[in-house]
Design a protein around this ligand. Sequence first.
Ligand SMILES: Nc1nc2c(c(=O)[nH]1)N[C@H]1C(S)=C(S)[C@@H](COP(=O)(O)OP(=O)(O)OC[C@H]3O[C@@H](n4cnc5c(=O)[nH]c(N)nc54)[C@H](O)[C@@H]3O)O[C@H]1N2
Ligand SMILES: Nc1nc2c(c(=O)[nH]1)N[C@H]1C(S)=C(S)[C@@H](COP(=O)(O)OP(=O)(O)OC[C@H]3O[C@@H](n4cnc5c(=O)[nH]c(N)nc54)[C@H](O)[C@@H]3O)O[C@H]1N2
Ligand code: SF4
Ligand SMILES: [Mo]
Length: 768
Amino acid sequence: MSETTARTAAQTTTQTTTHRYTCPLCEATCGLLVEVGHPDGGAPRVVQARGNPDDVFSKGFACPKGLAIGELQHDPDRLRAPLVDGEETTWEHAWSVVAERLGRVVTEHGRGALGLYLGNPNVHNLAGQLYVGAVARAAGTRNVFSASTTDQMPKQVATTYMFGDPLTVPIPDVDRTDLLVVLGADPLTSNGSLWTAPDMPGRLRALRRRGGRLVVVDPRTSRTAKAADTHLAIRPGTDVFLLAAVAHVLLAEGLADVGPHVGAHLEGLDALPEVLAPFTPDAVAPVVGLPAEAVTTLARDLAAAPSAAVYGRIGTTTVRFGTLTSWLVDVVNTLTGNLDSRGGVMFPLAAAGQRNSSPTSRARSPRFGRWTSAERGLPEVLGELPTAALAEEILGGHVRGLVTVAGNPALSAPDGGRLGKALDGLDVLVCVDLYRTETAARADVVLPVPGPLARPHYDLTFNQFACRNTAHFSPAVLPAEGDVEPEWRTLCRLAGVLQTLAPQVDPDAVDALVVSTLLGQHVAAEGSPVHGRDVADLVAQVSTAADGTPRTGDVRMLDALLRLGPYGDGFGARPDGLTLDRLAAAPDGVDLGPLEPRLPEVLRTPSGRVELAPAPVVADVARLRAALDEATAAVADGGLVLVGRRHLRSNNSWAHNLPSLVTGSNTCTLHIHPDDAEPRGIVDGAPVAVTSSAGSVETVAEVTDRIRPGVVSLPHGWGHAVDGAGLSVARTADGDGGANVNVLVPPEVDPLSGTAVLNGYAVEVAAV
Ligand SMILES: Nc1nc2c(c(=O)[nH]1)N[C@H]1C(S)=C(S)[C@@H](COP(=O)(O)OP(=O)(O)OC[C@H]3O[C@@H](n4cnc5c(=O)[nH]c(N)nc54)[C@H](O)[C@@H]3O)O[C@H]1N2
Ligand SMILES: Nc1nc2c(c(=O)[nH]1)N[C@H]1C(S)=C(S)[C@@H](COP(=O)(O)OP(=O)(O)OC[C@H]3O[C@@H](n4cnc5c(=O)[nH]c(N)nc54)[C@H](O)[C@@H]3O)O[C@H]1N2
Ligand code: SF4
Ligand SMILES: [Mo]
């Protein structure tokens, strides 16, 4: 739905139309009002974007990135045609080169020599969420890598063991909690992650206004730490010890009380006291770099609060003990009686795609390590190999043909120095992307996708992590972009080309297979509202909108998922239920209410219970015990360790091309404490060299007391001065395009999750 307004510009009067669109640029899912006009009478252009005050969830909030969505949409550097060997070409030629060059790799080395890298924006766009699975299946390779293993995989592993599904992540009930403890996250900068809560500033203000408290654990005085009642400037990589000691205190002081609701469905509580015995506040204090009393106080405060929510993110996952840390976050939430409880951490119930509410998702024993990487024998985790092993797998000749979808591993992945060489040496590289990125600069073929406003949007993933149940559908704001195919069609064709290794593939046939497979699974599932129905009949029902227009592709899939979802019409079983037509009739979104307790229905563990002490996780505690002694020794060394940081106007590696965002403090400087700068002769603004076991980069020092002594910080996503990349603004942003911090990141992983250690590794810093 849109309104038309007359807008008087300096010289001309232009008609503008205002569209509602859910911002796809981060996990907060803010509703935007996007005003589109025809300046100079030409093609429709975004005149302005602002927060939608009527949005049922975000209520008008938007950040600078969302407001710049028009800039992204109209960025002249965005690709408008496929590229072969760096030159614009036709789609037919591009597909023939994809089929021929990938086909050659398969003929000579087999499908096992293909690799797939799936980047973060796949979960921010409907096509990626619905069709990359088909691409991965068609590739027929075990070399699947993704941004998950540089991000949240430890949380997914921990929740698989504890609750039975990788997406069953308990979310802070921020609007009702009395005490919020945030570890290794900066939600006032990132706007929340694995925690969809638009207007984080407003929600945290409201928390304190109603007398609640905010505790932030972070080696930096981040934006969120600055807004906190208590800031614990912990040593990087040691949250695991802090949380183990908090759990220890809760148990040792008799403060643990899981409550009857959770207690009835709990396994493993009795094992915890012994497992956590070594981690006393006194034992961990020197390692975490906080007084023992701070640890004890945190535990007692958590126990005393009427409700409390502990939340951990990047600084708790991309570390050596990522899985143990992620597990302990929810151990503490459980011991304090806050699991599945109002004001604690709760399980959302999304309208579409919520796996742990679907009759097709059954309890299964988690199986990890079904195959291993070739070079280091690192185990597969949830179908993926660690991205930290991508460079060595390519250099070892195990991956010769790589396909990336919505990813930029050249800047985002660890071991960046070796990875750059590895990408250069691939037999073939195919990228599906908006831009000729630092990765795509090396590609044989780049397949472009439409800008964010020229596609429909629905958040299949982030509604599953939201602090309130809502649903929004946004039709495309702008018409299709000339020669750029909808991404779902490109992904369907890519799946077909990967399968057949021939260029002539009908994407509609692939799409038809995808939708009938989905519906077929539900028809076969007992307990599904469509159990036993005719698949073809169901496909026909989702293939036409109420107004008679045909539906295919991503929107047809979405209609099916909404109708099969917990609020859906069940294809007639619940006649008043949700369908895409009904959702589309509510352009400000549909409010489905606050989170409600979901135990035990949400559980998919083989025991049907919450597993508080899963055996593979508990087994890793031996490594933690050993590290407790080592870490104590390391503290005495007094060396520096590096952590990352984000900027409000950044978006991993790909927003630096928007001029309005790369201004002011959005720079690639090394934050260093005066106590560390002074003895090294480093002054503010001077060039410095940062060296790790993996590599070395040069950048500029920013001497600041907003970081703990012994810790330095460099943001990721920089390093844009790569030959052949087509990002004219990013290349010179911050002067020279910045330094790629991932050149410094060693290929080390958390063994349980295969996730890279992006935070807390040793570096040396010297004045240049
Ligand atoms: N050192 C260090 N490294 C990190 C991190 C860190 O904290 N420190 N963070 C990690 C994290 S959390 C993540 S998620 C990863 C991200 O890792 P990646 O996903 O590999 O990197 P991004 O920079 O998000 O790149 C996304 C790419 O997708 C393209 N794109 C955007 N929208 C679309 C779309 O709709 N369709 C398609 N096909 N392409 C699109 C963009 O142009 C860009 O090239 O980086 C990780 N790397
Ligand atoms: N503006 C902006 N927003 C984003 C992104 C972006 O690039 N820019 N990226 C998006 C993506 S892909 C993701 S995954 C999310 C991430 O969301 P967040 O996790 O909230 O992101 P960060 O801002 O990196 O916050 C991580 C914090 O952990 C701290 N830290 C580092 N190491 C440790 C440690 O060992 N212990 C503790 N306690 N703290 C530590 C860092 O100092 C930093 O303040 O953000 C998303 N939102
Ligand atoms: S916080 Fe900003 S980037 Fe994230 S969804 Fe909202 S407007 Fe978009
Ligand atoms: Mo991420």
